[in-house]
Design a protein around this ligand. Sequence first.
Ligand SMILES: [Zn+2]
Length: 520
Amino acid sequence: MLGSRFDSNGCLLMSDEDKPKATKKNTAKSSTKKATSSSTITNSTKAENVKEKTTEKPKNKTKSKKKKTNSTKKKSSKKQQAAKKTLKVSNQIPKERRAKIKKSLSKAKQVKRTDWDRAAGAKQHRLANKRFKPGTIRRISMPLLDVTLGETWNTPITVLHGARPGPVVTVTGAVHGDELVGPLACSMLCQESMTGPGRPLDPNAMAGTLRIVPILNPPGYRSHSRYFPDGRDLNRQFPGSHTGNTTSRVADKIWENLIINTDYLIDLHCAAKGRTNMPQVRANLAHSDSNKIARAFGLEVILDSQGPRGTMRRNATEEGIGALTYEGGGASITDHESVKVAVYGVINVLKTFKMIPGYPSRPRFRLLASGSTWIRAEEGGLVDMFVQSGSYVEKNDVIGRIVDPQKPGLSADILSPEKGLIICCATNPFVTAGTPVGHLLPITRGIKLVKSQLDDHNRLIVSGSMEEPPWREEFEVDEISIVGEWVGDDVDSEWQRGWNQYGVDPDAVTAEEEGSEEEQ
Ligand SMILES: [Zn+2]
């Protein structure tokens, strides 16, 4: 029963915010062989992705030959030095798409924004019929439905309006109500330790405007659901309509008040229930400003995709707004690493756009990709995954094993169809045939680079994940000594003694104490 429920979810929510196109449809067809000698079922997976590999290799060879013949020793050493300084890019994007990206970027007009000119001075910022003074931080609450009766679904917005003019960056979370990495990261960005005087997001030292919206789907967030109460996915309803269905009206309100007046959009997501994502960025790299913000975020893996119809990102990009989706962690779970990487990503963007002081951190390499492969279970039961999100796998590596407690002694291995990175991994063990258990980013070039940044468990160390959380502040602690002695020789001796004389059940008190601690 549970298996089939997960299966229908798996089909519906195959990808989270968007699903990058498969490198080649149905490449990873697994055939199941039943071993005759033992009771083990083995799934061997055929990878037929030869076309792409063969088209890419010859070009590199001819290039390197030319370099060798033309260069003297001095020149080559200079080249080596230059190569060390530049960020290495492992481009997995097919040749035609790369050409298209290059063409559209060269066509992009360099519009000079006179309103960002610092000599002009900052003006008031306007949002949702409210005005914000330069150099201030202000929190407002915006209703997502304009009604007098019933729920208005107010959402909190924090506006940090810089003392100097500059771009407007909007950070959003929980467009899917159960994806909590966004609300967590947004809340950390709003902490006094981040926004106070002299802190990284001090509006007095800021150029431009940062708008933080932790929860775009308040009813979904409260009910721990991805969807709106009418069962619709808010992130498929953009740009929305003020006369449409409930979710579409909310989308319209967000679109008109928050999106069309922003220069850049960072939409924070994580994998749907039952899976977890390695921190990654998704953006349409053929759109100049989206390309810029995707790189500025400072992560290793960037997936080049438009996003499905109706998503906030796709519509924003079509409107000319530089937009990215961040994916990290999983729904309804806490993921400290993904929260931290998201916060660092936003700071990197602000630094790159010179909105706040300091140099952005850059990854050691970038992996640009426009295709991926979903690895699916070919049998049903419970899966024991041997890899995690971020794991590097070789072709034919066993990435998991399916067992069925109702059929003891049998098992089916799941093999990786190609070498690459597992960018999304199942966390729910219930599977039926066809359930996606892993999302593989095949890597054909730059393998050495990737391998150089793996931890002891073969997982990619994502930029920013090893840093200290920027919102945690070290305060100097004043120590005050209180002289006395413990009654009954120990700290809790008196507490635990003689409960009955007060008519109190000691277990009940302990439970209450624990409960109140959890609340904090
Ligand atoms: Zn999402």
